[in-house]
Design a protein around this ligand. Structure first.
Ligand code: FUB
Length: 460
């Protein structure tokens, strides 16, 4: 969220609530992103990384005011790299509003991003499809028109072992089509999946919607069983799931995955297996100023029960455990973040994103940094249109042991980059690294990337 809104939101009472809810906020790593509000997670595993596609709730939203999608990626499930916005409403010339919940799938070296948006011509929600040759985009409109349109939302795409792909979507109904191998057309009709109480549970008090199915299906296959994990009941939603012996059913309701929790009246699931573990992505309203229209994506690691059923998963502020350690002796993007306070990100003139809008006292936490036998120096790519400031390298906490201080000079522009280097001592073993930024008033400087140098053998 922007600092402007943060200042307006964080009145003393809210701060008190925050510290009551998150007594260990300094150690929290969930929600995943703190620089903007994110929603509707859609994770994709590709080449040893998790690519997390999300929606973007605008600051101070009073509706699902969403104009673009965002992308983050991680190899360790705790330090997430911000890739900015690789697709927006502007990608689809025929779309006018509502960049809502989508999903990306890979096929034949291309990445297809299925999203619901409002069709300007009809005023109805329709399913568009973006395409790119890289998971980070940029994505273009694959067909220049809606792939499907019936006023309903939340596409999920699943490719079965025989190569047949299915596109499911819907609220209040649940639909599917068989996608052709080109992934941008389909054969056969649009089929309505029967919403029976046996298949999708029983909702009480809503004659028009007798089953629990609400929206946000996420369909996948595991050990021969087909899973449909969906947002259930409204409102507030919880996450439920059904299973089936085939991709088109018949579905059997299996119960709750995540109970109603977390200050957002919607929830939205994305489920993956990665590096031998299973992960459940969802959203809540846990950030300051968060709520039903200012949501944040979070993640929990879980283990399937022996019979393939999904255990009940609870929201936490700690999130998933780290896989391995982060290597400080190769270039790391400044926007690779486990937790941040005060900063924002923006596109960088030298490529990718940079961290910006840095004020005195802001910080970035990078978790589980593998310093090995010790770092001797730190370098960072920085720019400042004002007087610059300092990067304090702290270990274990934002006010932890000081391992070094790099001075950032004025460079004459926010995108006028120079590299600064400073000595480091005491950074050994595996530690949480905090880049703490200090200086005068207002915005201090931007950081594009950083890297440590070490003693011989310091690398992992
Ligand atoms: O983010 C807008 C809508 O809210 C999504 O399409 C639904 O799944 C719900 O999360």
């Amino acid at each position: 969220m922007s600092k402007r809104s943060l200042v307006s939101i964080l009145c003393t009472a809210a701060m008190l609530v925050l510290f009551a809810v998150f007594p260990a906020a300094a150690h929290a790593d969930n929600p995943i992103v703190q620089t903007v509000y994110t929603a509707d997670p859609a994770p994709l595993v590709h080449n040893g990384r998790v690519y997390l596609y999300t929606g973007h709730d605008e600051d101070n939203s009073t509706y699902f005011t969403m104009k673009e999608w965002r992308l983050y990626s991680s190899a360790d499930m705790v330090n997430w790299t911000d890739h900015g916005s690789p697709m927006s409403l502007a990608t689809f010339r025929w779309a006018s509003a509502n960049a809502w919940a989508g999903q990306v799938v890979q096929r034949n070296g291309k990445f297809y991003w299925y999203v619901p948006v409002t069709n300007r011509a009809t005023g109805r929600m329709a399913i568009g499809v973006g395409v790119a040759t890289s998971p980070t985009g940029p994505f273009t409109d694959a067909i220049g028109r809606p792939l499907a349109e019936n006023g309903e939302i939340d596409p999920t795409v699943f490719i079965d072992d025989d190569g047949q792909a299915y596109l499911y979507w819907g609220n209040p109904n649940l639909w599917y089509v068989r996608l052709n191998a080109d992934m941008i057309s389909y054969s056969g009709g649009v089929t309505r999946i029967p919403l029976t109480t046996a298949g999708f549970g029983t909702r009480t008090g809503n004659a028009a919607r007798p089953t629990l199915y609400e929206e946000g299906p996420w369909v996948y296959k595991r050990n021969g069983t087909y899973y449909n994990v969906f947002a259930a009941r409204c409102c507030s939603e919880f996450i439920g799931y059904s299973t089936a012996p085939g991709p088109t059913g018949p579905w059997t309701y299996r119960g709750t995955v995540m109970p109603t929790q977390g200050s957002s009246f919607t929830n939205h699931a994305g489920v993956i297996d990665f590096n031998g573990g299973s992960y459940f992505f969802y959203h809540n309203g846990a950030l300051p100023g968060g709520g039903g229209y200012t949501r944040s994506v979070a993640v929990e690691k879980f283990t399937y029960n022996a019979d393939g059923t999904i255990p009940s998963i609870t929201m936490t502020t700690t999130g998933a455990p780290q896989i391995g350690t982060l290597n400080p002796y190769v270039r790391q993007e400044a926007e690779t973040i486990a937790w941040s306070s005060g900063v924002e990100t923006e596109p960088a003139s030298e490529g990718g994103m940079n961290v910006g809008y840095i004020d005195n006292g802001d910080h970035i936490k990078v978790k589980g940094v593998g310093f090995g036998s010790g770092a001797t120096s730190f370098s960072a790519r920085v720019a400042s249109a004002t007087a610059g400031g300092r990067i304090e390298l702290r270990l274990g906490g934002a006010t932890g042991a000081l391992a070094g201080t790099c001075t950032v000079p004025a460079t004459g522009g926010w995108q006028t980059w120079t590299t600064v280097t400073c000595p480091v001592s005491g950074a050994t073993g595996t530690r949480d690294l905090y880049l703490r930024f200090t200086g005068g008033g207002g915005s201090l400087f931007n950081v594009d990337w950083w890297r440590f140098a070490g003693t011989a053998g310091a690398g992992r």
